[in-house]
Ligand binder design. Structure first.
Ligand code: G3H
Ligand code: 13P
Ligand code: ZN
Length: 312
């Protein structure tokens, strides 16, 4: 089976009341962990690559790792997606280089400029059989070294989505309803609350259209504790409550982005192993523990949060 676009995945997810997990990949262990979990649970999956991941691991290595995962897991649909494409050039490079989906993130631009750049990417992508995600509204948190404070974040305005979608021809839309990028989302003791009222208003304006949630990690406290008990120094924070993500997955939200939870699982496994036995220096000994944690995170999300188990 070849890499697929997200069109069919989203159609089924929308109708079936579940969401597809979009997990960030940066190296072989992460690709293996995600696709093994999805393969065993018969779940469709999106592997996404940021500009930072391309810089770290190199475009070709990442594409070839994903192609290898496809051969190892022929039973599940896999899409390869560019996460947070900053401009037309990076989107073009990924479209030309084997991706099946790209995000053009014009969310920091004024409305008309966001439409302009999104439209340009859509025209090129569609001519090459690739689908496009765009974003309206601004999430708090950190992405690719850009930090957006809670005060500078802004919810998506429902009265803009219809015009944006029809003028750009985009295939899916990321919205801001209270999620946030990174591992330090909300202060402990607070009660994060996604704005389901905004989500439902958006659903009404563009019925049947797939919505994307970024910044959807839940910051598993057990991994934060393991990291800090083994020499780490992560400050206390909580993530997006999983019951709210489950509720979102039942709605028009068809793609849920998770990266930070994988990073926490991987790091917890590595720290725990190296602290338990300081004589270890074979990378396989600690990477395999980190990889097992990433696989466990993905399996949990598929089964208990996204609802995509058995939907391949
Ligand atoms: O939204 C951002 C993703 O977590 C990717 O992070 O740019 O550090 O690779 P990165
Ligand atoms: P988290 O930082 O919450 O994992 O979000 C990842 C993301 O949105 C990638 O685009
Ligand atoms: Zn994101």
């Amino acid at each position: 089976m070849a890499l697929v676009t997200t069109t069919e995945m989203f159609k089924k997810a929308y109708e079936g009341g579940y969401a597809i997990g979009a997990f960030n990949v940066n190296n072989m262990e992460i690709v293996q962990a995600i696709t093994e979990a999805a393969g065993e649970l018969n779940s469709p999956i999106i592997l996404q690559v940021s500009a930072g991941a391309r810089k770290y691991a190199n475009h070709t290595y990442l594409v070839k790792l994903v192609e290898a995962a496809l051969i190892e897991n022929p039973n599940i649909p896999i899409a390869l997606h560019l996460d947070h494409g900053a401009d037309f050039e990076i989107c073009k490079s990924c479209i030309d280089g084997g991706f099946t989906s790209v995000m053009i993130d014009g969310s920091h631009f004024p409305f008309e400029e966001n439409i302009e750049v999104t439209k340009k990417v859509v025209e090129y992508a569609h001519a090459h059989g690739v689908v496009v995600e765009a974003e309206l509204g601004r999430l708090a948190g950190i992405e690719d070294d850009v930090k957006v404070s809670a005060e500078d974040s802004s919810y998506t305005q429902p009265d803009e989505v219809e015009e944006f979608v029809s003028r750009t021809g985009v295939d899916s839309l990321a919205i801001a309803i209270g999620t946030s990028h990174g591992a330090f989302k909300f202060k402990p003791g607070t009660k994060p609350q996604l704005r389901f009222d905004i989500l439902h208003e958006i659903e009404k304006r563009i019925p049947g259209f797939p919505i994307v949630l970024h910044g959807a990690s839940s910051v598993p406290q057990e991994y934060v504790k393991i990291i800090n008990a083994n020499g780490g120094a992560l400050k206390d924070a909580i993530g997006v409550p999983e019951d709210q993500l489950r509720e979102a997955a039942r709605s028009a939200v068809c793609k849920i982005n998770i990266d930070s939870d994988l990073r926490l699982g991987l790091t917890a496994g590595i720290r725990e192993t190296l602290f338990r036995d300081p004589s270890i220096f074979d990378p396989r000994d600690y990477l395999k523990v980190g990889r097992a944690n990433v696989k466990a995170v993905v399996a949990h999300k598929i089964k208990d949060v996204l609802g995509s188990e058995g939907k391949a």
